[in-house]
Design a protein around this ligand. Structure first.
Ligand code: UD1
Ligand code: CA
Length: 461
């Protein structure tokens, strides 16, 4: 279906067939994750922003694994059984290329190309022209060099590092591999590529020399940042790009007004939305979709995944919160664990070593020390004493605990679910409560305290 600004003439082909031996992993290279998404997913997501008619991924090494992980997404796939070079890779997808329009070639292991740069390439290049993204590197070793005419400075060809002369190796302008070619020409040129070179590979880059021979103009565009065209071959390069990506995230947040204790120590592996006056201390990890409303403070070393936190709440250090909703003016942690299905209303306190799972806790209620609240509904203004545990699991099934408003639960209480603690109940410390309690009464279950005088402690014999 055609959307409004779909670019009906654009096909994007993502090359992702390479082995990635230097990753030293059983996982396909392009499936390694950067900022919580696979590298290939980054390239797919960027491609989508250009609204192409078609995105085709060329897979080969670990191809089934790649296809399974990426799982359709409306893409088309081409298989390159043997990796005989970038030109050969494109030949495997040639049947996906229409007779007219343009094809943009991207790489599954070059994850951080900005969409602005690609848009720039698309807008610079006319119908009957080719486009090439190049970059100047201090150390161009290993890359294909851009050879230009001495007089006109126009590009004449790309020479691979391994095929380059000493003189050519001094050239610092290199091929990023990203190019835009009219389909009409691709269909003419791909069958003409040969593997007569040092590596015995079909080089896609040879289409540039063919274009020159046929007097087709080649527009050269450069990215704003070198990282946009860096590829990943090993874990070190992946880690380097991860830091670049995270620093970009951090800079963007600060631009929006978020206070970061250290922009070099934050990891966002999804999307983080922040209102005004949010502050985030060091070493926090955000996964999935996290939303922090105004004046939320996140302490050091917190992990938040799919969480929404309403304004004025504070999450103290070392808290772990997942699939939960935190209301306004709450105080969580330090060392709190809030598990999936939890919803805290307004001004709730969840203190150290408290675990809450699949529970709702009402306005102004507190569980400040060493507790487990699971599968429970807690009303307003409840005080859960230290060490209180909901016994929600009987070994086979989970059961619910309901604690109504204004309940006070003494320390070290076990609430054996299913159970209802009625409004205004006070539970004496150290109780094991197995039956529902009446409203506004003191309920306790203890053996009577006795003292044995004259009792002697055992001694070592
Ligand atoms: C290629 C370019 C080089 C450029 C460099 C930029 C060619 C001939 N050379 O070199 O000019 O400077 O990229 O990084 O194009 N791939 C396949 N099938 C293959 C071979 C490669 O899918 O048969 C994929 C790889 O998975 C990778 C990409 O193409 O994503 C580039 O392959 P790689 O071998 O890294 O290319 P280079 O030799 O470095
Ligand atoms: Ca190669």
């Amino acid at each position: 279906m055609q959307t409004q600004n779909e670019n009906m003439s654009l096909t994007i082909i993502i090359l992702a067939a390479g082995a990635g031996k230097r990753m030293k992993s059983s996982k396909a290279k392009v499936l390694h994750s950067l900022g919580g998404r696979t590298m290939l997913q980054h390239v797919i997501d960027t491609s989508r922003k250009l609204n192409p008619k078609k995105i085709c991924v060329v897979i080969g090494h670990c191809g089934d694994q790649v296809r399974q992980e990426i799982n359709d997404q409306g893409l088309c796939w081409a298989k390159q059984e043997q990796q005989l070079g970038t030109g050969h890779a494109l030949m495997q997808a040639q049947h996906e290329i229409a007779s007219d329009g343009m094809t943009l070639i991207l790489y599954g292991d070059v994850p951080l190309t900005r969409v602005e740069t690609l848009r720039n390439l698309l807008s610079e290049v006319g119908d009957k022209q080719c486009g090439l993204l190049t970059v100047n590197l201090n150390d161009p070793t290993g890359y294909g060099r851009i050879i230009r005419d001495i007089k006109t400075k126009a590009i004449t060809s790309i020479v691979e590092h391994k095929d380059a002369s000493e003189f050519q190796r001094d050239i610092c302008e290199v091929n990023t591999g990203i190019m835009l070619v009219p389909n009409e020409y691709l269909h003419q040129w791909l069958p003409r590529l040969t593997n007569e070179n040092t590596q015995g590979e079909y080089y896609l880059t040879d289409v540039i020399a063919l274009a020159v021979k046929e007097n087709i103009q080649i527009k050269i565009v450069q990215p704003s940042y070198v990282y946009e065209v860096l590829g990943v071959n090993d874990k070190k390069q992946l880690a380097d790009l991860e830091r670049i990506f995270q620093l970009e995230n951090a800079n963007e947040l600060m631009k929006q007004g978020v206070s970061l204790a250290d922009p070099a120590r934050i990891d966002i592996r999804g999307s983080l939305l922040c209102d005004q006056d949010v502050s985030i201390d060091i070493n926090c990890i955000f996964e999935g979709t996290v939303e922090l409303q105004s004046n939320v403070k996140i302490g050091a070393h917190c992990f938040l995944k799919n969480v929404k936190i309403a304004s004025d709440s504070t999450i103290q250090p070392y808290s772990h919160i997942e699939n939960a909703e935190i209301g306004r003016d709450c105080k969580i942690g330090p060392f709190a664990r809030i598990r999936p299905g939890t919803k805290l209303m307004k001004s709730v306190h969840v203190g150290n070593f408290v675990e809450v799972k699949n529970s709702q806790i009402g306005n102004g209620s507190k569980a400040n020390h060493l507790s487990y609240l699971g599968d429970s509904i807690v009303g307003a203004n409840v005080n859960v004493g230290a060490g209180t545990i909901t016994c929600n699991y009987d070994g086979a099934n989970k059961h619910q605990t309901v604690i109504e408003d204004d309940v006070f639960i003494g320390s070290d209480t076990q609430l054996v679910a299913p159970i209802r603690i009625s409004k205004g109940t006070t539970i004496g410390a150290g109780s094991t409560i197995t039956r529902d309690t009446p409203e506004n009464a003191l309920t306790l279950s203890r053996t009577k305290q006795i003292s044995i005088t004259g009792w002697k402690r055992p001694r070592k014999s």
